[in-house]
Design a protein around this ligand. Sequence first.
Ligand SMILES: *Cc1c(COP(=O)(O)O)cnc(C)c1O
Length: 475
Amino acid sequence: MKYLSTRGHPGDAGLRGFSDILLEGLAPDGGLYLPERYPQVDAAMLARWRGLPYADLAFEVLSLFIDDIPPADLGRLVRATYTEAVFGTAEIAPLKRLDDGLYLEALSNGPTLAFKDMAMQLLGALFEYELGRRGEQLNILGATSGDTGSAAEYAMRGKRGIRVFMLSPNGRMSPFQQAQMFSLQDPNIHNLAIEGVFDDCQDIVKAVGNDLPFKRRWRIGTVNSINWARLLAQVVYYFAGYFQATPSGDRPVSFAVPSGNFGNICAGHVARMMGLPIHRLVCATNENDVLDEFFRTGAYRPRGTAETHETSSPSMDISKASNFERFVFDLLQRDGARVKALFGAALARDGGFTLAPEEFARIAGFGFSSGRSTHADRLATIRRTWQQHGVLVDPHTADGLKVALEQREPGVPMVVLETALPAKFAATIREAAGVEPEVPPALRGIEGLPRRFTVLPADAARVRQYIEAHAGPTS
Ligand SMILES: *Cc1c(COP(=O)(O)O)cnc(C)c1O
């Protein structure tokens, strides 16, 4: 299987293998990588996969996209990743029934209590393997306001050849998130608390990333959500959710996905393109509704920082959806030149674009629909789900559930992806339902553990100096 850029075209020379794009971010032309075609599953394959344990299912799905890692090695990595010890249950991603035909898919029982662990844990194993094979090292630089940074650190801790430099706004993450990240004592994890806000952190990461000589010299890499391997790992739980929601495999299933950067739901799109019987992919946004607006109108209008709301589902507070270009590439029948015109020139010139009517008309054929949820909706959904079902959902999952309930269709099971546990967002849960969410045993008392972090001013030069002093051998 070869990979191409969303801004290139299928005839391009120099298509890349999986291992080549694993450690990369954007393609050199500024596009995102996608497989040159989607491998197809048929009814016989689905029947064979239905009874598999999660790790074996992951191996089957990944094998269709990865042909440059020996199967025995890939199998070992996958089976070491998706274990009950790491993800809390033998099923890894079990369905919780709320109602007839309405389910939550539990994706948030990994080490950081958010669904990002599902992909990031595998990414840690793949990175360590590939760097070891090449005899290379990598210094991962990132900025986080909470979930991504902790998922990355828990995936990369103790991994050979990898160091993590994670910038966060000093004193601005929730107490639980700070405790989660700063209590890590692994020498390869560096928490840099920046005296500023999240945007300052992101600006520093960009400034360092744009310094190509520095980036090359110190082998700076990222783990952001455009990484193809992360997206691929997420495809697996759509299969797992489908099998559980349709015990006899007699009907398609819809998924509702709390969305921000469009990574999670894009994995659902890939699963559907492979032939998994998905009826609808319901894209749920919060007040930052750039995606809902697109699916309703065909206009893509990324927001500026000033127009980006701080909400009570903070991991969906995005201004532009970084994975969205992948779906548009397929929607536009893989016309890389058109994608380049829209995401390159038009975004730079006009700050957005609007699809032609015949392009917009194709969206229905891809199964997408969308909806929006506000703070009041979130609170009402959390309260109602607690009162009616005795189940607490986190504010992000509540956004998904709110839109799912509006868009359920008779006879079609609806699976809402649970993207975080309520324990991470206790204040909102108290406000909504007046109860204290349960903290899983492994994380009880982390607020009292010793902390390891360094406070730095919002100054790219000081971050560069820190990396130079702490990065490992670079050749
Ligand atoms: C990251 C995140 C999301 C958004 O996922 P995308 O892949 O960016 O669309 C939703 N909920 C939670 C809890 C998250 O951490």
